[in-house]
Design a protein around this ligand. Sequence first.
Ligand code: ZN
Ligand code: ZN
Length: 283
Amino acid sequence: MLLADYHVHTGYTVDVKENVSIEAYLRKAEKLGLVEICFVNHLEFHPVKGLVKGATIFPDQIEEFIDEVEKAKANTSLRVKIGLEVTYTQRFEKNLEAILSQHESSFDFFLGSIHYIGNYAVSPAFSTEFSEEIFAKFDEIKIYQKYFDEVIRAVESQLFDVLAHPDLIRKIAVKHYSREIDSEIYLDMIWRVLDALDEYNVGLEVNSAGYRHSIGDCYPRMEMLKAARKKGIKVVTIGSDAHALEHLGLKLEKAVEKLKLVGYEGFYVFEKHKPRLFKLGIE
Ligand SMILES: [Zn+2]
Ligand SMILES: [Zn+2]
């Protein structure tokens, strides 16, 4: 099956394995038979500390990242795209807007992510203990609600093409509670997310990293995908969220399988922020 991995990290942050390089990813992608790859690196303002070395690409490194990807295009037959995975934090929305608008035309794709609930890290790549404090403070339903509240704000900011790992909160919540939240409660909460995606014309990522985060599933749950299809959310992308060479393309076939199951005829790829349908089994 021909696939495109639209969520691949190459460096600048400490969560990316040191041995990765754009070149190495491209060789691996060729071996895997991917036809398109989109490199994204983290742009993140920590909700309290702002730009933190090791947790984000710095604005003055963005040109270097663009050059690196541009050079790599010469040595491969793959279609190579470039994007950023942007952690949305409301406090720094204006800063993000300034950076993104300055570089918009050099990028194909902006993924919007929620990695914090208030000041608490949801994806504990950089601060493990911090995420544990959420569970002491709020109950399960409240934690999910708060997460999706942040997601909705991110979508409403209109800074992004696609919403990354829409229910990443499960990365820590499923582990903590040893279960998924009740399906009906989940469905009630995610309708508001889908409304926002629809209203602001933002796409949805099916992220296969959940398989290596030991939840044995993609982000989002099937319930959300099914509902997204019903709602008429057209633009869906797939990504492995690779932070190491061995993550590239991992379980993307599962993401595609889920898309097919709910009736999508393909996924989308981007060029200069314009989505294009990549029909399954055709390209
Ligand atoms: Zn992320
Ligand atoms: Zn990522």
